[in-house]
Ligand binder design. Sequence first.
Ligand SMILES: *[C@@H]1O[C@H](CO)[C@@H](O)[C@H](O)[C@H]1NC(C)=O
Ligand SMILES: *[C@@H]1O[C@H](CO)[C@@H](O)[C@H](O)[C@H]1NC(C)=O
Ligand SMILES: *[C@@H]1O[C@H](CO)[C@@H](O)[C@H](O)[C@H]1NC(C)=O
Ligand SMILES: *[C@@H]1O[C@H](CO)[C@@H](O)[C@H](O)[C@H]1NC(C)=O
Length: 178
Amino acid sequence: MVMLRKSLGTSLLGILATGCILLMALSVQRGAAVPINTHCRLNKTDFEPYIANRTYMLANKASLGDDNTDVRLIGKNLSHDVHVSKHCYLMKQVLNFTLEEVLLPWSDRFQPYMKDVVPFMAKLNNKLKQCNIQSGHQNIQRKVQKLKDTVEKLGESGKIKVVGELYLLFQGLKDTCA
Ligand SMILES: *[C@@H]1O[C@H](CO)[C@@H](O)[C@H](O)[C@H]1NC(C)=O
Ligand SMILES: *[C@@H]1O[C@H](CO)[C@@H](O)[C@H](O)[C@H]1NC(C)=O
Ligand SMILES: *[C@@H]1O[C@H](CO)[C@@H](O)[C@H](O)[C@H]1NC(C)=O
Ligand SMILES: *[C@@H]1O[C@H](CO)[C@@H](O)[C@H](O)[C@H]1NC(C)=O
């Protein structure tokens, strides 16, 4: 049991480490002057510490049930070859999928965290409703579709993985849209 906990704990660290690399890559690229679609915009104040904590706790709880460390949904590969000006749009598409396929159907699971995180994510999704891009939909659609296919193929454990990576989505939205 102790061994089990230990390896599962390591798995969340792995997820977060991968995420940090992704986010570092994103913020380095952000240095370049790129016009950002005004609708692809969130306010930093949307990401307050309380909801950050709830999202983290939720992801942590779910990742205890995720022992598949080979598959990463939100990682370097997701934003690889997507222009930095489109990263927020990409994250928005992942958010939309996450809400529709996992969070809303599972809104009664992983309490007490889910009851705070679902409305929060729904609010962000709503704020990004007008967020669009002028070109390159297809490439992004392909990537999001691949993510959906992976989740579907894994079934229940794919959905658990989505919840386990929610904090990466949170950070990704914050870093690319706010
Ligand atoms: C963000 O929200 C704060 C508080 O609601 C507001 O004062 C600020 O103007 C907003 N910033 C942007 C960029 O919308
Ligand atoms: C989140 O909040 C709980 C209590 O509400 C606290 O025990 C925990 O340490 C916090 N976690 C983080 C990562 O801030
Ligand atoms: C990363 O993406 C590339 C191209 O989209 C794909 O060929 C490769 O298999 C992906 N790697 C992983 C680990 O998913
Ligand atoms: C996801 O996006 C589709 C198409 O833009 C939209 O019809 C749907 O309402 C969105 N889902 C959620 C949960 O907002």
